[in-house]
Design a protein around this ligand. Structure first.
Ligand SMILES: NC(=O)c1ccc[n+]([C@@H]2O[C@H](COP(=O)([O-])OP(=O)(O)OC[C@H]3O[C@@H](n4cnc5c(N)ncnc54)[C@H](OP(=O)(O)O)[C@@H]3O)[C@@H](O)[C@H]2O)c1
Length: 229
């Protein structure tokens, strides 16, 4: 299935197609993400970093949650980031679109990754005891195309400085493989791993009250019909 995850229509149709599939989904990895130095809006009018890093995976997870539960066994992994810690003061539910504040690429990235971790709290409540687990991970500081959407100066800085300090993405792939199939992780959900080492996320990513509010807001933004679990 080919989709542009900045388009809610595309994310909804992927979620619907996956939920209608007869085959089980054993492991689902949400990998898509963007880091944008400048504020951009999607065709739906939402801030792009938030949509690609959080809302698209939220919509898909929401639409397939019943299928996964009925399978009684599945793992969902989210490629998140230590960058969620950039949202030092948490996410602003009243300004997810960055209209009331000066946009910052790092803060928007941190907020979107925090949003994904907050969504994970509620999904894991739903999956509790069902054999389905959802975890998030930081893939390491690795040499990829990340940031390629930004201007020439950023791309030069990334190529000449960041990439030299970064490692091969093979380490991320190995970690994802372990988290996806290892029996060590059987029944373990709602955790954040730096590669394969469990870590405690930043406090804003553990705030259940905000998680519940964000859940409702994400349903509204995704135009998802049923607001209850
Ligand atoms: N690299 C790092 O050091 C690092 C550190 C922490 C976290 N991460 C996270 O790791 C994940 C993978 O990023 P990466 O480092 O591999 O960067 P990347 O090379 O830029 O890859 C980003 C991935 O997201 C996909 N994507 C971006 N926008 C999309 C959209 N609108 N619709 C569908 N797919 C879209 C890209 O698809 P296309 O290839 O088709 O564009 C690509 O597969 C991201 O979630 C990122 O936040 C990376």
């Amino acid at each position: 299935m080919i989709a542009d995850f900045s388009s809610l229509k595309d994310s909804l149709s992927v979620g619907e197609e996956l939920s209608a599939m007869k085959e089980p989904i054993d492991v689902l990895i949400h990998n898509a993400g963007v880091f944008l130095k400048r504020r951009e809006l999607t065709g739906d009018g939402f801030e792009t970093t938030f949509v690609v890093n959080h809302l698209s995976s939220f919509v898909i997870n929401y639409l397939i949650k019943d299928k996964l539960k009925s399978q009684e066994k599945a793992r969902v992994l989210m490629v998140n980031s230590e960058g969620h810690r950039f949202a030092v003061w948490g996410i602003r539910l009243d300004d997810l679109n960055w209209q009331k504040r000066r946009y910052s690429g790092l803060k928007a990235y941190g907020s979107a990754k925090t949003a994904q971790l907050l969504g994970m709290i509620i999904f894991n409540e739903y999956f509790e005891g069902s054999g389905v687990t959802m975890n998030a991970m930081h893939p390491g500081a690795v040499r990829t195309g990340t940031g390629k959407e930004n201007g020439a100066f950023y791309r030069w800085y990334k190529r000449t400085i960041v990439d030299r300090l970064s490692r091969s993405p093979e380490i991320s792939a190995e970690a994802l493989y372990y988290l996806g199939v290892s029996s060590d992780l059987e029944g373990i959900g709602g955790k954040f791993f730096n590669l394969t080492t469990e870590e405690i996320p930043a406090p804003p990513a553990l705030d259940t009250e905000t998680a519940r509010k964000l859940w409702l807001e994400s349903l509204r933004m995704g135009a998802l019909k049923d607001g209850s679990l």
